[in-house]
Ligand binder design. Structure first.
Ligand code: MSP
Length: 526
C-alpha cells in the first residue's frame, strides 16, 4: 500500500499522460481545521481528480506545518508537549482529509524525521553557497502569521493587518538569507512566465512586492526551541516558514521509499493556496529555489478567502465553521459541491448555512437526485429496468453534449473550476428539460411511439451518465452511485468515456435511495 494515501480506488485509471504534481499549503496545527482549510483541500482534490480522469500521472500532496512559536504557544496553552499537541491536531487534519474524500498521495508532517533531515541539508547548502549570513534584526512580529511587518504595513494601533491582533517587537541575532540578491532574477522569471501566478491581480501584486525591493530574510530564531536546529549553529532553529516551504520538495524524497519521485514529479505543476500566503510562495519560495538550484513550480493558483460575516474565516478571528457536523448531516459531496459552486475560484466567497441548504435542496436533491430517480423509475416501469439501445435519433443532442464536455475541459485548463461546474450543471439542466420535452409518461401510453420512448429513455440515461463523469471530480461518491444506479461501471470515470454511446450498452438499472435525501434545516443548525 502507498503510505499515507487516502484512497486506492484511483489506481484503476490508465496512466498515460504527463506527470502532474499538485500541492496544498501545509496547515498549522495550532487549532482544529475549519471550512477554510477544507476549501483549499477540496479544490486541490477536484483538480487532482480531474487530471486523473484525463489519465495524467498525478501526485497530490498535503499535510501539516508543526514547528515554530505559533505551535509551541498553542501547545503550552493546551498544557501539552509540542509534539503531543502536533500529533493530536495533525491527526484532525488527516481525519479531515479522509472525510473530504481527498485523494492525496501523501500527507507530510514537518516533524517527520526525513523532512527535518532534508531541511537541514538544504539550508546548509544555502549557507555553504554564501547565501546565508549572520546579522542582528529588530521588527514587529505577528506570531499568528509567523512573519515580520514593517511599521507602515501595520493596522492601526500596531496590529497585524491580517489578524488584527497586536504585534510584538522582536530583536535578536539571526541568520539571514540574501533575498535581496534575487530581485532581478525573480523579475526576469515573472516576465518570462507571465501566468505563473494566477489570477493576474495576484501576479501583479507579487511582482510589485519584488519590484519595490526586497529585504533579506531572517531564516533562524534564537529563542524558539521548537524547530529544526540550524546545522552549523544548533543554538538557533530554522525559521518555520523556511522549514514549511521546503515540504513541497522534501516529501518527494520519502513519500514512496524506493521510488525516485523527484525525477518523476519535480517541479510542482500547480500549487494552491489563499492570498494570505502569497508573498511566501510567490516571492520567498522561488528565491529559495533559485538559490538551491532547483526548478521553480510551473504555476501558483491563489484563491480568495472564505468569509463569514464579511470577514476571513479564521481561528484567530473566532468566526470559523466546523466542517465535520455539516458533512455528517449533508454528506461530503454536498459540501464539495457548495464550495466549488458558491465561491468563484480566485475570488472571495461567503459561506452561509441558508445558501448551503438552498443549493442542497434545489440543485443537488432536485435537479440531480430527482432526475436520476425519475429516469431509473421510468426505465423500470416501461422497459423492465433495462436501458434501451440507442436508436441514433438524437444526433443533435449528442453534439450538444460533446460541446459541453469540451467546455468543461477548457474551463479546467483555465483553472476556472467554478465555470467547469457551471458548464457541467448546464448539462444536468438540459437533461431535466429533455425529460419534460419528451414526456416519456405520455409516449408510454401510445404503443406506436415505442421507438421514441426507447430513444427518450436512452438519451436521459446517457445524458446522466456523461453528466456524472463531468461532476465526478466535484461529487465523486454521488457520481459513482449515479453510475451504479444506471447499471454502469462506477469506476469507469475516465473523461475519454464522456462520449455519447461510450457507456455499457443495454445496462440494467438498479434503483437506489435518493442521492441527496431531505435534511430538515432546523436539524442541521442544531
Ligand atoms: N502553515 C502555513 C502554510 C505553510 S505552506 C508551506 C499556513 N497555515 S494555515 O493553517 O494558516 O493555512 C493557510 C491556508 O489555509 C490558506 O492559504 C488557505 O489555503 C487555507 N485557508 C485558511 N483559512 C481560509 C479561509 N478563510 N478561506 C480560504 N482559505 C483558507 O498558513
Amino acid at each position: 500500500m502507498r503510505s499515507g494515501r487516502a484512497v486506492d480506488l484511483l489506481d484503476c485509471f490508465t496512466v498515460t499522460g504527463a506527470p502532474f504534481y499538485i500541492t496544498t499549503p501545509i496547515y498549522y496545527v495550532n487549532a482544529d481545521p475549519h471550512i477554510g482549510h477544507a476549501y483549499t483541500t477540496i479544490m486541490a482534490d477536484i483538480i487532482a481528480r480531474h487530471h486523473r480522469q484525463r489519465g495524467d500521472d498525478v501526485f497530490f500532496l498535503t499535510g501539516t506545518d508543526e514547528h515554530g512559536a505559533k505551535i509551541a504557544q498553542s501547545a503550552e496553552r493546551a498544557s501539552r508537549a509540542p509534539k503531543d499537541h502536533a500529533d493530536a491536531l495533525s491527526q484532525r487534519f488527516r481525519d479531515l482529509g479522509g472525510v473530504l474524500n481527498s485523494t492525496h498521495d501523501f500527507f507530510i508532517r514537518t516533524t517527520d524525521p526525513e523532512h527535518e533531515a532534508a531541511v537541514a541539508r538544504i539550508v546548509a547548502g544555502l549557507h555553504d553557497s554564501g547565501d546565508v549570513y549572520r546579522d542582528s534584526y529588530g521588527g514587529w512580529y505577528c506570531t499568528a502569521c509567523e512573519a515580520f511587518y514593517n511599521e507602515g504595513d501595520l493596522a492601526d494601533g500596531r496590529r497585524c493587518p491580517i489578524h488584527t491582533t497586536p504585534v510584538d517587537w522582536l530583536e535578536e541575532e539571526n541568520w539571514f538569507f540574501r533575498l535581496s540578491a534575487y530581485r532581478d532574477r525573480l523579475l526576469a522569471h515573472y516576465d518570462a512566465h507571465p501566468d505563473w501566478v494566477l489570477p493576474a491581480a495576484r501576479r501583479n501584486e507579487a511582482r510589485r512586492m519584488i519590484e519595490a525591493g526586497l529585504d533579506d530574510l531572517s531564516i533562524s530564531r534564537a529563542q524558539i526551541a521548537w524547530g529544526v536546529p540550524v546545522p552549523w549553529d544548533p543554538e538557533q532553529t530554522i525559521y518555520v516558514w523556511i522549514d514549511a516551504l521546503l515540504n513541497y520538495r522534501t516529501a518527494l524524497d520519502y513519500a514512496r521509499p524506493g521510488e525516485d519521485l523527484v525525477a518523476r514529479y519535480w517541479p510542482p505543476s500547480l500549487q494552491i493556496m489563499a492570498k494570505d500566503i502569497l508573498k511566501f510562495h510567490a516571492v520567498i519560495w522561488p528565491a529559495m529555489l533559485l538559490a538551491a538550484g532547483l526548478e521553480l513550480p510551473e504555476r501558483l493558483m491563489i484563491h480568495g478567502y472564505l468569509l463569514k460575516g464579511g470577514e476571513k474565516m479564521s481561528k484567530t478571528l473566532g468566526n470559523v465553521v466546523d466542517p465535520f457536523p455539516f458533512i455528517e448531516r449533508y454528506g461530503i459531496d454536498a459540501l464539495r459541491y457548495y464550495l466549488a459552486r458558491e465561491v468563484r475560484f480566485g475570488e472571495d466567497g461567503t459561506f452561509t448555512a441558508e445558501g448551503f441548504e438552498q443549493r442542497y435542496a434545489g440543485e443537488l436533491a432536485n435537479e440531480l437526485g430527482n432526475l436520476l430517480n425519475r429516469t431509473v423509475n421510468m426505465i423500470g416501469r416501461y422497459r423492465d429496468g433495462v436501458v434501451p439501445a440507442d436508436r441514433g435519433a438524437d444526433g443533435a443532442l449528442a453534439a450538444e453534449v460533446a460541446a459541453t464536455v469540451d467546455a468543461v475541459r477548457a474551463a479546467h485548463e483555465a483553472l476556472d473550476i467554478s465555470r467547469a461546474m457551471d458548464e457541467a450543471w448546464a448539462l444536468v439542466r438540459r437533461i431535466n428539460r429533455l425529460a419534460e420535452e419528451r414526456a416519456p409518461w405520455a409516449l408510454a401510453k401510445d404503443p406506436e411511439r415505442a421507438g421514441e420512448l426507447d430513444q427518450a429513455l436512452f438519451s436521459l440515461a446517457e445524458g446522466l451518465r456523461i453528466a456524472a463523469l463531468l461532476v465526478w471530480s466535484v461529487i465523486p461518491g454521488s457520481a459513482e452511485r449515479l453510475l451504479s444506479a444506471l447499471g454502469q461501471d462506477p469506476a469507469a470515470v475516465a473523461l475519454d468515456d464522456a462520449r455519447w454511446g461510450a457507456g455499457r450498452a443495454e445496462a440494467r438499472t438498479a434503483p437506489i435511495p435518493p442521492l441527496f435525501p431531505r435534511v430538515e434545516p432546523e436539524e442541521a443548525e442544531a
